[in-house]
Write a protein that binds this ligand. Structure first.
Ligand code: AP5
Length: 213
């Protein structure tokens, strides 16, 4: 099963992917997490990606596509993966389709989570993440038991640089799934749409229902 998760920044893609991989056993591949890991390790890719992420812009397609295709060529992605934050446009979607097709695989589901802008802004400004394990929290909607500490691994929580108000405004303009990407999956009969304003557990149940789990 190869699943793509689509939605604007703050829709809940990362949160729901973390929940669904527990149920499905799928490999979670987040391009945002991969870029942030490279930034943390000061790699050449990280330094390049940072110049775009800091402005709330897409990292160039060629760079992103090469990174994800390299990642899915590994053995642990042989039988399935859940893509979170990829593809963001039709060029990326076609590159993924072609790479999967070359090895006899295909996308099985495209799950689109929708949330209005005003709610997205509240979510991103209140988001906290674990430095170590990447667990996602929200100071009001999904708080950790102890402020600033991860429930899962007791490491420090932090706020992302690109969750600053000015960068969020730019991300909300540039990072929403474009209509040709949505139509690509709609026309293939793969698209399911979800109301991301429902509670965390309800959204998880809705998504898993489509995956028939
Ligand atoms: P990325 O990390 O993918 O950022 P994004 O798409 O902007 O998505 P977010 O991680 O901000 O939001 P999310 O939908 O995962 O929401 P979350 O679950 O955390 O990408 C970062 C950057 O990398 C991009 O800006 C770009 O520069 C670059 N990049 C990445 N992919 C790329 C690509 N393919 N091509 C080119 N460049 C790329 O939830 C948000 C908050 O809401 C949390 O606090 C959570 O607790 C809360 N919440 C979630 N669901 C609910 C709910 N149902 N009810 C209440 N609260 C909820």
């Amino acid at each position: 099963m190869f699943v793509v998760l689509l939605g604007p920044p703050g829709a809940g893609k990362g949160t729901q992917a973390q929940r669904m991989v527990v149920e499905t056993g799928l490999l979670h591949l987040s391009t945002g997490d991969m870029f942030r890991e490279n930034v943390k390790n000061n790699t050449e890719l990280g330094l390049l990606a940072m110049t775009f992420m800091d402005k709330g812009e897409l990292v160039p397609d060629e760079v992103t596509i090469n990174m994800i295709l390299d990642r899915i060529s590994r053995q642990d992605a042989a039988s399935g993966a859940m893509f979170d934050g990829f593809p963001r446009n039709l060029i990326q979607a076609r590159a993924l389709d072609d790479a999967l097709d070359d090895r006899g695989n295909a996308i099985s589901h495209a799950l689109l989570i929708s949330v209005p802008d005003e709610e997205l802004i509240l979510r991103l400004s209140g988001r906290w993440l674990c430095r170590e394990c990447g667990a996602v929290y929200h100071e009001k909607n999904d708080p950790p038991e102890k402020v600033g500490v991860c429930d899962s691994c007791s490491s420090d929580l932090y706020q992302r640089d690109d969750d600053q108000a000015d960068v969020v405004r730019s991300r909300l303009k540039t990072m929403k799934p474009p209509s040709d990407l949505i139509n690509h999956y709609k026309d293939s009969g793969l698209l399911s749409e979800f109301d991301g304003t429902r509670g965390l557990d309800e959204v998880t149940a809705d998504l898993l229902g489509v995956l028939q789990l």
